[in-house]
Design a protein around this ligand. Structure first.
Ligand code: DGT
Length: 220
């Protein structure tokens, strides 16, 4: 007789990546209409209220003090998404433990994290990707210009992001580019589908329709 373990088959897993404000949430919402797909949004609300504490705000207001704490919680919440079991055959996630690694890289370059804090976070990361079941089948990269996402971020006016500068967005952009476009930074865990995230919402809907078949043909 089959055990629950043998009945559970790993879903085809897609991670949606891109800079802050690149349109991931909008893009993801279009997957919700498909049957058989589990859509997992980034746990940003958990970061804004962990036992009554807004960790996202702390990280932005006092990064030297709180970046390590924040990254450590981001890694945990991302791992929970990766290991979230579903009976649906397909799973689409907003960001991943891999993109959390991009933010660690940014904080390493800006020296926001102490060397030893970076070492510990990278140790955790290496251990997780080797020992946890976080296999990924496809990465969709919403490629944007930093100036455009800066404008969008200003317009949506998320309170915690008041202090986020264009310079910071450029650095996050460069790291995503090195990782997913030039593929020179750290391991890319799956094939990458690059989409133009600079388009307006209306144009993005068309872009989505175009790429839907590309994504879903891999899902058959
Ligand atoms: P979207 O839908 O493309 O506009 O996506 P956003 O901007 O709602 O979501 P995301 O993940 O790009 O960023 C949400 C906020 O959380 C933003 O202020 C950046 C921050 N964030 C996300 N992941 C990390 C991380 O691993 N480390 C740090 N320091 N910040 C992060």
């Amino acid at each position: 007789m089959a055990t629950p373990c043998t009945l559970f088959k790993r879903p085809f897993t897609v991670c949606l990546e891109g800079n802050i404000g690149s349109g991931k949430t909008t893009f993801l919402s279009h997957f919700k209409k498909f049957k058989n797909v589990t859509v997992l949004q980034e746990p940003v609300e958990l970061w804004r209220n962990k036992a009554g504490t807004n960790l996202l705000e702390l990280m932005y207001t006092d990064p030297t003090r709180y970046a390590f704490l924040f990254q450590s919680y981001v890694q945990l919440t991302m791992l929970k998404l990766h290991t979230h079991e579903t009976s649906f055959p397909y799973k689409i996630m907003e960001r991943s433990v891999y993109s959390a690694r991009c933010f660690i890289e940014s904080m390493k370059r800006s020296k926001t994290l102490k060397d030893i804090e970076t070492v510990i976070l990278e140790d955790w990361y290496d251990w997780c990707i080797t020992n946890c079941h976080i296999e990924t089948d496809l990465i969709v990269y919403l490629r944007t210009s930093p100036e455009i996402v800066y404008q969008r971020m200003k317009e949506r006016a998320r309170m915690e992001e008041n202090s986020v500068s264009l310079e910071y967005l450029k650095q996050i952009h460069d790291i995503h580019e090195e990782w997913l476009y030039h593929q020179t930074l750290f391991t890319v865990p799956a094939p990458v589908l690059v989409l133009d995230g600079n388009k307006s919402l209306k144009e993005m809907l068309t872009e989505f329709e175009h790429c839907k078949n590309q994504i879903f043909k891999k899902l058959k």
